[in-house]
Design a protein around this ligand. Sequence first.
Ligand code: HEC
Length: 114
Amino acid sequence: MRFVTLLLVLIAPALAFADDSPVAADAAAGKAVYSQTCIACHGADGKGAIPGVKDFTAKDSPLSKSDAELVINVSQGFQSPGSFMAMPAMGGNPTLTETDVRAVLNYLRAAFGK
Ligand code: HEC
């Protein structure tokens, strides 16, 4: 595990330089994941398309939580105390990877975050 981490640290800068625009690529990937898997419940405007889904654009929105917490909650599913509807693990799409989850979270912050 430590070796893998070291390897990632060593090759990450090389990968970043290999791609002209890693941030733009990530944002595009995140938007694609959002439109395919998340939009039905969260809505194109991030305000929530169905009752029980929280507004990402609100001041006290779930996006005020840390990336670490949100990656876990999106990956494993999440239900807040007293909520009548749960966020399904991976938005109900088991083919998503952790990279997809991180990309879509970046997209959420860029598109709807304060
Ligand atoms: C079937 C409907 C549905 C789909 C599809 C869905 N969500 Fe959710 N999501 C919810 C609901 C409902 C909540 C609020 C759960 C609660 O607070 O109890 C939620 C909450 C969240 C939260 C806040 C979690 C927290 O810690 O407060 C994030 C971030 C999120 N969703 C991201 C996503 C992403 C990214 C996708 C697509 C990969 C997605 N959702 C797909 C219904 C959905």
